[in-house]
Write a protein that binds this ligand. Structure first.
Ligand code: UDX
Ligand code: ADP
Length: 459
């Protein structure tokens, strides 16, 4: 089975970059990415490649190479479904905000709508690939919807979870540790293997049954997040014992069984995946009555929330137990560097805590626009939009953010923060001048040498 036409439903953070690379590496396969969101599709089609809706280093080059050749972005979902041999479903699966499983289970309504649309439109056999991260056994529901169309079309379902990390999406796609394909039908699996074999060595393409593939994605994210929570728990212990968390990370990371990656203590992990996937894992475990398993993984989230609150409370405590009316500059709002994504960013929750204490927060992030920052705060519903705009100011110039403030909090590890003129900044700040480094980004001896009071996680 040779794939000639691929359609991807959902032109988001996952679908857009993944399909761009598949098209780049398979010039003979026509790849069409569709989305209901017209503005998003227009941005993917923008002649100015700096206006792509997803900011990823190197993505403009990939899109520039393939777009118009064999990569297309469109809002005509039905046409793209009709034409395709293979359909990737890459729509959002947010945590449910209502009903059973509220706050934990994944909301599968967008997935179900896609399946129903495919069922309604398809006239020829299709391979349907789950790309979105889904609860284990979602393929069963998909299959049931697709198989009951009664129009004689055969559907094969594959699970092909995405492991790309934001900010490194293009290099992760070009050079993946592994590609995982779960399925039941050997020919369908082989068809997708061939798409990836265009650039991924065969021994890095793993095939499993459907349920293992679906579950592996959740488990990979849970393990990664668990490492961050583990080291963050130790950061608190370091602060009271005089140990240094970076030294501990280094010492344990040299053990090849532990490994050095994902041991950087921080103000807490964010991003669209970690929390959502763990909550999902917890929900699934609970739904099978596996209480000990559910409690075990839930602790990863509890510790992460604790780390964010702890960071905010340390600011309040250090600023003489009150931040009321004080100006606190935030450097960074994105959940990590090199991305404009703010989903579940620690900055949102740290700000919320300080705003509860009536602090004034001045935010500078090199990639996140003001509207997004206000949207994130409004979404919490802690206070009115007017109140958020009264207490939070967003500026485009870091020196403007820092001028005259009582304290600086570093929330994202943007490289540029290191090279600021910290001597000049010190002159404009209130004295004593406090720096709360949630990313352990600055050099302690240099910053203290300039006369700052410097606090870093885990020291
Ligand atoms: C993650 C997974 O890495 C990826 O495989 C999956 O497909 C999606 O989820 P992403 O959310 O883009 O990717 O970011 P990641 O680099 O994993 O970082 C997640 C969060 O953990 C960030 O807030 C980051 O700052 C934090 N982190 C990461 C730490 O605090 N310390 C670390 O050592 C590593
Ligand atoms: P992810 O990070 O998983 O890629 P995003 O929210 O960035 O998630 O992107 C998902 C995209 O899927 C959104 O642009 C949304 O408009 C699109 N989408 C959701 N449901 C449908 C649907 N039924 N048909 C087409 N596009 C859809």
């Amino acid at each position: 089975m040779q794939i000639k036409k691929i359609t991807c439903i959902g032109a988001g953070y996952v679908g857009g970059p993944t399909m761009s690379v598949i098209a780049q590496k398979n010039p003979n396969v026509q790849v069409t990415v569709v989305d209901l969101n017209e503005a998003r599709i227009a941005a993917w089609n923008d002649a100015d490649l700096s206006k792509l809706p997803v900011y990823e280093p190197g993505l403009d080059g990939v899109v520039g190479e393939a777009r118009g050749r064999n990569l297309f972005f469109s809002t005509d979902v039905d046409k793209a479904i009709h034409e395709a041999d293979m359909i990737f479903i890459s729509v959002n699966t947010p945590t449910k905000t209502y009903g059973k499983g509220k706050g934990q289970a994944a909301d599968l309504k967008f997935i179900e709508l896609c399946a129903r649309q495919i069922a309604a439109v398809a006239k020829s056999d299709k391979i349907v690939v789950e790309k979105s991260t889904l609860p284990v056994r979602t393929a069963e529901a998909l299959k049931s919807i697709l198989d009951n169309t009664g129009n004689g079309v055969n559907f094969h379902i594959l699970s092909n979870p995405e492991f790309l990390a934001e900010g490194t999406a293009v290099t992760d796609l070009h050079n993946p540790d592994r590609v995982l394909i779960g399925g039941e039908d050997a020919d369908a699996i082989e068809a997708l293997v061939q798409v990836y074999e265009a650039w991924v060595p065969r021994d890095r393409i793993l095939t499993t049954n459907l349920w293992s593939s679906e579950l592996s994605k959740l488990v990979a994210n849970a393990f990664l997040a668990q490492r961050v929570s583990s080291i963050n728990s130790i950061s608190e212990l370091c602060e009271v014992t005089g140990a240094n968390v970076d030294e501990v990370s280094r010492a344990i990371g040299y053990d090849s069984r532990i490994g050095a990656k994902f041991l950087k203590a921080s103000v807490g992990f964010g991003g669209s995946c970690f929390q959502k996937d763990i909550l999902n894992l917890v929900y699934i475990a609970r739904s099978y009555n596996l209480k000990a398993v559910a409690d075990y993984w839930e602790q990863v989230i509890i510790l992460n929330d604790h780390q964010k609150v702890r960071f905010a409370e340390n600011i309040i405590k250090t600023l003489y137990n009150t931040v009321n009316g004080k100006n606190i500059a935030f450097l960074g709002w994105a959940f990590k560097k090199d991305t404009n994504d703010t989903r579940e960013s620690a900055a949102i929750y740290v700000a919320d805590h300080l705003l509860d204490e009536e602090a004034n927060v001045i935010v500078y992030d090199p990639k996140v626009p003001a509207e997004q920052i206000y949207r994130d705060l409004d979404y919490l519903g802690t206070r009115s939009p007017e109140e958020n705009r009264r207490l939070v100011k967003v500026v485009n110039d870091p020196y403007e953010a820092l001028a005259g403030v009582h304290a600086v909090a570093i929330l994202t590890e943007w490289e540029e923060f290191k090279s600021y003129d910290w001597e000049k900044i010190k002159e404009t700040m209130k004295k004593p001048s406090f720096v709360f480094d949630g990313r352990k980004l600055l050099n302690r001896s240099k910053i203290e040498g300039l006369g700052y009071v410097y606090y870093a996680i885990g020291e």
